[in-house]
Design a protein around this ligand. Structure first.
Ligand code: CA
Ligand code: CA
Ligand code: CA
Length: 181
């Protein structure tokens, strides 16, 4: 069972994918995110980076739809999303798979200077592509950069994501990693 706090965080995470604010996640929402990112980074729609991203998103969407769209209407609504994550959080293989997918996306698409580290401006880019105002980056980044070295590396990111999904502590730093929830 998801706790009230976990549910709030997952509602927030849902809203980051529902790019057209229709209240459901659809295939188009993944396309919209990919296109927004390509425009921001000046990737042409035929560039290998864009095509890799689109392939990954298509795979992610098919996986999500197959596992979560219980009503088979081609959309994942909030109830389906929460029930999907309730299952994922209780299945360590699927859970770590989904964490790794998200972490790889962040490092591949948002590590603009390719140093293997995510700094505050890069985190702001991530937020803005995922429908969260980048004004939150200067507020949340110092909190989630728990050792205050100015960046998140792979291990730091993994532990934050893990806390975001799992933690039921209201003062856990990772809760606010994607802005207000
Ligand atoms: Ca939508
Ligand atoms: Ca559905
Ligand atoms: Ca970087």
């Amino acid at each position: 069972m998801l706790t009230e706090l976990q549910t709030r965080k997952l509602v927030k995470y849902f809203s980051m994918y529902d790019a057209d604010c229709s209240g459901c996640i659809e295939a188009e929402n993944f396309e919209q995110i990919a296109k927004k990112l390509a425009a921001r980074r000046n990737w042409s729609f035929r560039s290998p980076r864009y095509l890799t991203l689109v392939n990954q998103f298509e795979y992610d969407w098919k996986h999500l739809r197959a596992a979560a769209d219980k009503s088979h209407n081609g959309q994942v609504n909030l109830e389906e999303w929460l029930s999907y994550y309730d299952g994922v959080l209780n299945d360590s293989d699927r859970y770590y798979q989904s964490l790794r997918t998200l972490m790889n996306l962040v490092l591949e698409a948002f590590d603009v200077n390719e140093d293997g580290k995510i700094r505050e401006p890069e985190w702001g880019e991530f937020l803005s592509i995922f429908n969260v105002s980048p004004v939150y980056a200067p507020r949340v980044f110092p909190v989630i950069d728990t050792d205050s070295n100015g960046y998140l590396d792979r291990a730091g990111l993994m532990s934050l994501l893990d806390d975001f999904f799992h933690s039921d502590e209201s003062d856990c730093a990772a809760n606010q990693m994607f802005g207000p929830y």
